[in-house]
Write a protein that binds this ligand. Structure first.
Ligand code: UDP
Length: 239
């Protein structure tokens, strides 16, 4: 089957890398990272160009200044560095299973990552390398969801795939409301009208204003990433 999408940005939260097994001292769950890497290899084997944006929430998130005593912007930079650690972990696992990668960072760290240069990112993708975007947008007060939307637009990705623990967008929280049903597709406008949280507003608006489709899907279900890329009915498509 020919893939529906040729170039994708896959956004994973930092917490997803913890699986269920990691504790407060262990930001990673190696089998989870390995599973993700294998899922990614399945689609690169089909010729799909993959760029990854990984969050940092398993390690550090810019937090309440009053509680932590750490200024917001400072904490946000700490969060961005956390995404780089996650990017390096994912890079190591992908390379171990034979997938070529490049880590591109929005904050300069020359010993471990290339600086983010848009045209270079595109070139890597054309050569079949998985590009991992580290350090979010490089700016405090943003999130890695926004980094995902921004980079997806910059590299002209066909779609942003948001891998989560739930299998799509529901009419209500399925964990609280048993009558909740899943949307197969939904428009940006409906998401806003119904106050459905897909991404933070900055990230979501960026997608909406530029007609970048979003697919929300369960990344923990083996084979799901491939199904999404093949255009099968998995997750929820926002467009
Ligand atoms: N962050 C930031 N600018 C960015 C991306 C991330 O300041 O462009 C910081 C912010 O503090 C954020 C943290 O990095 O809380 C981790 O990213 P995020 O919360 O998006 O990670 P996720 O929830 O996806 O694990």
């Amino acid at each position: 089957m020919l893939p529906r999408y040729k170039r994708i940005v896959l956004k994973l939260s930092g917490e997803s890398l913890m699986g269920n097994g990691a504790d407060g001292f262990e930001p990673f769950n190696a089998p989870v990272i390995e599973q993700y890497a294998n899922e990614i290899r399945t689609i690169t084997d089909l010729g799909v160009q993959v760029a990854l944006v990984i969050g940092g929430g398993n390690i550090y998130r810019g937090a309440n200044e009053i509680e932590t005593g750490i200024e917001r912007a400072h904490g946000d930079y700490m969060g961005m560095l956390a995404t780089s650690i996650n990017g390096m972990a994912m890079q190591a696992m992908l390379e171990r299973i034979g997938v070529d990668t490049r880590l591109l960072s929005a904050i300069k760290m020359e010993q471990v990552a290339e600086p983010y240069i848009r045209r270079r990112a595109i070139r890597h993708l054309e050569k079949g390398r998985v590009v991992i975007f580290a350090a979010g947008t490089g700016n405090p007060y943003f999130t890695t969801d926004t980094a995902g939307s921004l980079r997806a637009l910059e590299i002209k990705a066909d779609v942003i795939l948001k891998g989560t623990r739930v299998d799509g967008i529901y009419t209500a929280d399925p964990e609280k409301d048993i009558t909740a049903t899943k949307y197969e597709t939904i428009t940006y406008q409906e998401c806003i009208l119904k106050n459905l949280k897909v991404m933070d507003m900055t990230a979501f608006t960026l997608c909406m204003e530029n007609n970048l489709p979003i697919v929300v899907f369960d990344m923990n279900k083996p084979g799901n990433l491939l199904k999404v890329v093949e255009g099968l009915n998995v997750g929820t498509l926002v467009n």
